[in-house]
Design a protein around this ligand. Sequence first.
Ligand code: NAD
Length: 381
Amino acid sequence: MRVLILGADGYLGWPTVMHLTSKGHTVAAVDNYLRRRICREENAEPLFEVPNLHQRAARWRAVSGCQVPVFIGDLMDWNFVQEVFQHFKPEAVVHYAEQPAAPYSMLNRRAATLTLQNNLLVTANIIFAVHEFCPEAQIVKIGTMGEYGTPNIDIEEGWITVDHHGRQHRFLYPRQASSLYHTTKIMDTDLLWFYVRTWNLRVTDLMQGPVYGLQTYESEQYDDLRPFFNYDELFGTVLNRFVVQAVADYPLTIYGQGGQTRGYLDINDTMNCVRLSLEKPAQKGELRIFNQFTELFSVRELAEKVQKVGRQFGLKVTLQNLKNPRKEAETHYYNPVHTGLLELGLEPHFLTDEMLAGMIEIVSTHKDNINPEIIFKGVRW
Ligand SMILES: NC(=O)c1ccc[n+]([C@@H]2O[C@H](COP(=O)([O-])OP(=O)(O)OC[C@H]3O[C@@H](n4cnc5c(N)ncnc54)[C@H](O)[C@@H]3O)[C@@H](O)[C@H]2O)c1
């Protein structure tokens, strides 16, 4: 399959390029380095430097024989989008190309409007491009479990049937996010659903939980092909941050009581979920939604797991409950369904002590790069 990966320089995008090509798909990689730029602007550099997308594509070709064309440009720019779609003629599109950080989106007005403009316009351009240039192609869009928020009822897989005054109708499951970033993801889903109804598009929207890990099977032998790895408050996800904090002897930053529960997954499972969604596509005129995570943990449980394994490495690993800088429920009901991807064939990787030990080992080799000043800034909302 000819797969266009949008946001291919990112934490998930680059490993997806390697994964899909290693499984025999033909892939093109698109990015404008937005993530690198805003990390630099906010002094939130990743744990280690990674080569640029051209360099990574050349290196991957040298070790795997897979050739990956690279397009550098802004997907908000319709001329660029047209050029990429006309040139590559995709049979499927993976859409990762967004500003993906909740704390960044809450930083100030400039960051908020960047997030709104970027995420919604990129999604709209992709919809228009698929409709115009490759209407049979499936869009695999990465949404977030954060779209649902933490309702006091079970969370279904995307849809719910409402019984009202004796009549029934199937609706998108109610969504109520707790950051502007997550709200843009809700708006993306609404845009996609509107154009699925209007233009018969074929869409899979993956409601993904926070991802952890810093290597995939394809990068195991090649340190320079690992994805970039953020551990700062703005761009790092919670478990990745806790591992770095443990290695840096920085108390693990638990917000409030730490009862915030979410669905997590190993980065290798993201690769498999996206590939399975491509290989077993949605129908024309279908918006298919899967909840993409493998296990539920509270923040405190994650911290305790890192503490336990960290201590086996002789690390001190202390836990610290901070006044929560965010507006969110610290204890709540949380019971999301997640059977769709298992039915497609996902074989989950779980958060074992071995997995955590592997992360601690890799992070320890970069210990000298850790800048404790960027671990906690206290972005409030
Ligand atoms: N990492 C997670 O834990 C997680 C969890 C849930 C959902 N997601 C979603 O998955 C997707 C990928 O996440 P990630 O962690 O790899 O983020 P990332 O920031 O590392 O990757 C996104 C990439 O898209 C690029 N991009 C953004 N806007 C662009 C534009 N206008 N034109 C061209 N390229 C553009 C960025 O430069 C970046 O390289 C995002 O949509 C994110 O919201 C991620």
